[in-house]
Design a protein around this ligand. Structure first.
Ligand code: URA
Length: 436
C-alpha cells in the first residue's frame, strides 16, 4: 500500500495490517516516506489509536529497522529496567549493580534528560573518564565481566524510532499510548533482552499525570511486550514528589553512591529500587517469588556486593578505580551552594514536581533541546519528603549553582514548587500498581 493509503486507512479508523506497517517503517527508516507523511500517520494514530496487534507489528518493525543484539556468550538471564522518566529518579544507578550482584546480566541502554526529566546517561557522564557511548565490543565485554553496563543508545539500535520520535516531538504527537509503547519497546527488544521490567511514573512530574493514564500505559507496554515475545512486568510508581532528595547530575550520583555504600538512603527511593530489583530477579528466574527476590536484593545492597559491582562497572568503562571510596573527590562541584529556606512554618504537603525538574534546567543541569549541553555540577540537594515538618527558615533545599542570579531565580522557582501548609497530609504510597 502507498504511504498515503496507509495514512488514509488509519485516519478513517480502520486497522492496518502488519505488512503495511512494516513497509511504512521501512520508508521511515530509509527516508522514502516524507516527514509530512510520518507526521500525518502519527496524528492519525494519536486520534484513532491502535489495536494491540497493530502496536505489536509497529514495535517489531521498529525493532527490525536496525541492529538487533543477542547475548549467546552469557550464561545468565539478560534483564533490564526502563523508566518512563521523572525527577530525582536515579534508580538505575543502584538497580543495575544490585541486579548484577544477584546474578543477572543487565545491558542497560539509557537516555539523556530532556525538559524537566533527568537522564541516566547525563548522570553517569558526570563521572570523569566514564565512557557512556562505548563501542559494541567494550559494551559486551563489560556486561560479560561485571554483569552490568549503563550506556547510551547507539545510532543503529531501532533507528526508525529516532526519526519517528524527532517528528512526533515537533508535531504534538508524543502523548499517544501506542506510539510511546512502540518507541520504548522497539529499543528494548533491539537490545536482546530476555525479560524487561518497567517503571511507569505517575504524577505531576511524569508523562502520565493521573493513575488511569499511567495504568493504561503500563497495560499497553506489558501486553505489547508479551505479544512481541518479551516477558515483561510493570510497576506504576508515584511521581508527585521527587523520588530522591537530590535532583541534577553529579548530585544524584552522590545520592546513589551514598545509597550503595549505606551512608544514607532516601526511603521512597529504596522502596522503588528494591521492588524493581525483586521484579527483575523473578522475571529472570533467579527467585521463585517477590519476597525471596526482595531479600536477595537487599542482601546484595547490605553486603556491599552491589557497591562493588558499581565500582567495577565504572572502572571497566574508563572511570576512576574505586570511585565509591570518595565519590566527591572525582565529581565537579558547583561554585555556589546556597540554602533555600521555608518562608512559613507548617508541613510539606505537596510538590509541583515538574517545577522542581525545571529548577535543574534553569541551573543548566537539564536541557530544553536534545542538542543542548548540560552542566553536571549544578542541581538541588536536601529536598524534603511530603509530610516533613518545617519551621520558618528551615532549609527546604540546597541550590548548587554557578551564579548568584541562578540562585535568586531558583530560590523563587523552588518556593513556588514546594507547598507548605498548616495541616499535615500523608504522601501517597510510592508503589501505586502492578501489571504483568
Ligand atoms: N520515551 C521514549 O523512548 N519514547 C516515547 O515515545 C516516550 C518516552
Amino acid at each position: 500500500m502507498l504511504p498515503q493509503e496507509i495514512i488514509r486507512t488509519k485516519r478513517d479508523g480502520n486497522e492496518l495490517d502488519p505488512a503495511d506497517i512494516a513497509s511504512f517503517v521501512r520508508g521511515l527508516t530509509d527516508g522514502s516516506v516524507s516527514e509530512g507523511q510520518v507526521a500525518a500517520l502519527a496524528m492519525a494514530i494519536f486520534f484513532q489509536g491502535m489495536s494491540r496487534a497493530e502496536a505489536v507489528a509497529l514495535t517489531l518493525s521498529m525493532r527490525d529497522s536496525g541492529e538487533v543484539l543477542s547475548w549467546p556468550e552469557l550464561d545468565r538471564p539478560v534483564v533490564d529496567k526502563h523508566s518512563t522518566g521523572g525527577v530525582g529518579d536515579n534508580v538505575s544507578l543502584m538497580l543495575a549493580p544490585i541486579a548484577a550482584a544477584c546474578g543477572l546480566a543487565v545491558p542497560m541502554i539509557s537516555g539523556r534528560g530532556l525538559g524537566h526529566t533527568g537522564g541516566t546517561l547525563d548522570k553517569m557522564e558526570s563521572i570523569p573518564g566514564y565512557t557512556a557511548m562505548p563501542d559494541n565490543a567494550l559494551f559486551r565485554k563489560v556486561v560479560g565481566s561485571v554483569g552490568c553496563a549503563i550506556i547510551g543508545q547507539t545510532g543503529n539500535l531501532a533507528p526508525a524510532d529516532k526519526r519517528f520520535y524527532g517528528i512526533r516531538d515537533v508535531t504534538a504527537t508524543v502523548e499517544s499510548v501506542p506510539l510511546i509503547t512502540a518507541s520504548i519497546l522497539s529499543k528494548k527488544l533491539a537490545a536482546g533482552l530476555g525479560a524487561l521490567v518497567l517503571d511507569v511514573k505517575c504524577g505531576n512530574g511524569a508523562f502520565m499525570d493521573n493513575p488511569e493514564r499511567a495504568q493504561e500505559l503500563a497495560r499497553s507496554l506489558v501486553e505489547v511486550a508479551i505479544g512481541a515475545g518479551m516477558p515483561t512486568s510493570a510497576l506504576v510508581t508515584d511521581m508527585n514528589q521527587p523520588l530522591a532528595s537530590a535532583a541534577g547530575n553529579a548530585v544524584e550520583v552522590i545520592n546513589a553512591a551514598d545509597f550503595l555504600t549505606g551512608k544514607a538512603r532516601d526511603s521512597r527511593l529504596q522502596e522503588v529500587t528494591l521492588a524493581l530489583a525483586a521484579e527483575m530477579l523473578v522475571s529472570g528466574g533467579l527467585a521463585a517469588n517477590s519476597d525471596e527476590a526482595f531479600v536477595r536484593a537487599l542482601s546484595a545492597l547490605e553486603d556491599g556486593s552491589a557497591a562493588d559491582h558499581f565500582n567495577r562497572m565504572v572502572a571497566a568503562l574508563g572511570g576512576p578505580l574505586d570511585f565509591l571510596a570518595d565519590p566527591e573527590k572525582h565529581l565537579q562541584k558547583a561554585p555556589l551552594v546556597a540554602v533555600c529556606t521555608a518562608q512559613r512554618e507548617g508541613y510539606v504537603t505537596g510538590y509541583d514536581t515538574r517545577g522542581i525538574g525545571l529548577c535543574v534546567v534553569t541551573l543548566g543541569g537539564g536541557r530544553t533541546r536534545p542538542s543542548d549541553p548540560v552542566d553536571h555540577a549544578v542541581g538541588l540537594t536536601g529536598l524534603l519528603p511530603i509530610g516533613t515538618r518545617v519551621e520558618k527558615d528551615t532549609p527546604i533545599a540546597m541550590v548548587h549553582a554557578r551564579t548568584e542570579d541562578q540562585v535568586t531565580m531558583v530560590r523563587a522557582q523552588l518556593r513556588g514548587a514546594v507547598q507548605i501548609s498548616e495541616a499535615a497530609t500523608a504522601a501517597s504510597a510510592v508503589i501505586l500498581g502492578r501489571q504483568g
